[in-house]
Design a protein around this ligand. Structure first.
Ligand SMILES: C[S@@+](CC[C@H](N)C(=O)[O-])C[C@H]1O[C@@H](n2cnc3c(N)ncnc32)[C@H](O)[C@@H]1O
Length: 280
């Protein structure tokens, strides 16, 4: 299904980049790149970003490792995704932004085309839950990490804590007959902290931590702020809808999210986890 969504992801990527960077900081902090750099003793870090889509958080990590600031961080990022269209879009964006220490490899994160113990860090933002076998993906992440390397996964917390997704699921289910389940999207497979932590430990990671974050933006109530996420998850279905249906969807989304309007602004929280561990 992701094969049909790469154009939607590319359409919105630049506009969403500032908001993405705000939440990415939690994922990047969990990698503790400064500690990995100290352990690497001058060798540049090798970071693999899995299920990169069209660039998050690979771009931010590559910029940190570009060696252009006063920190001692430097290294290379490999961005990867199973969908060739996502990889092509990502490569095009990286070229346009002049990011030189990033390469792109099309890869299924369940069977990575990299040798054992070749990476210092692995990042993955909202990706592992979409694998056919997420435990195989966690296991392969552990395989390619060096001993002492760190992995961090950003994961959606439950639907009930993500009102934007709850509204989208209800509205599109009613209007187009396709919610997350019908579209084959399982966003919440790692929503339960206890089970997510246990899966990470079973994959061979030690020092497993899970932190939960609940930021809320402040967006003028005139803005149909759900549009990017909706198109990036349901682009093909929305393209088939009539103008009248799309207008009705926006009206129903506004109604569903109206309880979150304060002072002329939507303040809709999102809730996600960062699950991290160290290769033993
Ligand atoms: C929700 S998007 C996240 C993209 C990006 N990390 C971000 O946060 O903007 C999920 C991505 O996972 C990719 N994906 C799904 N299954 C995969 C797999 N088995 N291996 C690698 N990538 C996969 C999809 O192609 C899609 O780009």
């Amino acid at each position: 299904m992701w094969h049909h969504l790469s154009s939607d992801w590319l359409n919105w990527a630049d506009q969403l980049a500032p908001a993405a960077q705000k939440i990415n900081q939690h994922l990047i902090a969990a990698l503790d790149l400064p500690a990995l750099a100290r352990a690497a003793d001058g060798r540049g870090l090798a970071v693999l970003d899995l299920a990169s889509g069209v660039g998050e958080p690979a771009f931010g990590i590559a910029r940190m490792l570009a060696g252009e600031d006063e920190s001692s961080l430097h290294g290379q990022v490999i961005a990867s995704d199973i969908v060739p269209g996502m990889c092509a879009g990502l490569a095009e964006r990286a070229g346009a932004e002049g990011i030189g220490n990033l390469s792109v490899v099309a890869a299924d994160m369940e069977k990575l085309p990299f040798g054992a113990s070749t990476m210092d860090a692995i990042s993955c933002r909202f990706g592992v839950m979409f694998c056919n076998d997420p435990d195989a993906a966690l296991g392969d992440a552990s395989r390619v990490l060096r001993a002492g390397g760190r992995a961090a996964f950003m994961l959606w917390a439950p639907l009930v804590d993500n009102p934007l997704f709850a509204a989208m699921d209800g509205v599109l289910g009613n209007m187009l007959g396709t919610g997350f389940a019908d579209a084959g999207l399982d966003l919440f497979g790692f929503a339960d902290p206890t089970s997510a932590t246990a899966r990470m430990a079973r994959a061979g990671f030690g020092d497993v931590t899970l932190t939960t974050h609940n930021p809320a933006g402040r967006i003028p109530e005139r803005a149909a702020f759900w549009k990017p996420q909706m198109e990036m998850l349901f682009g093909p279905q929305l393209r088939k809808a009539s103008d009248a249906e799309r207008g009705a969807i926006d009206a129903a989304m506004f109604e569903a999210l109206r309880p979150y309007v304060t002072d002329g602004h939507f303040q809709v929280p999102i809730c996600f986890h960062v699950l991290a561990g160290v290769k033993g």
